[in-house]
Every structure is written in C-alpha cells, then in structure tokens.
Design a protein around this ligand. Sequence first.
Ligand SMILES: [Zn+2]
Length: 75
Amino acid sequence: MTTVLTPASPLTAGDRCDRCGAQAYLRVVLLSGGELLFCAHHGRKFEPELKKIAAEIQDETARLTSASASASDER
Ligand SMILES: [Zn+2]
C-alpha cells in the first residue's frame, strides 16, 4: 500500500463521502479496482479496515487541518 503525498487528481468540493455526504478528504483505491471516498471523520473511523483492502489511500485531511487553522477559530 502506498500513501500518495502528491496526488495527480486532488479531491474537490464536489467529491462526497460515501457514508454521510460530507466533503471527501480521502480517496481510497481498492485492490479490486474500485474507489471509495470518505470525509475525514469516516476516513479515520474505517482506516483499519481500509488498509486491508486499499491499493492506495490518498489522504488530504491535512488540508482540512490547515483550513481550520487559518480560520483561527480553534478551541
Ligand atoms: Zn463521512
């Protein structure tokens, strides 16, 4: 499994979590060839399972952290 740090196709606001419909920050390419999208919340929740079935995990949750940091509203 490889974690991609410089993805060829970044996730956009149009990419939605398969579970809850929130904006997706993780793209999981499955060994079977499929693809799943998860928000940061569900990405973390399913990470142990995903690592078993993923060929590649594109993790853009760092963008989420920097976005909330720049909003300077962290509690
Ligand atoms: Zn979700």
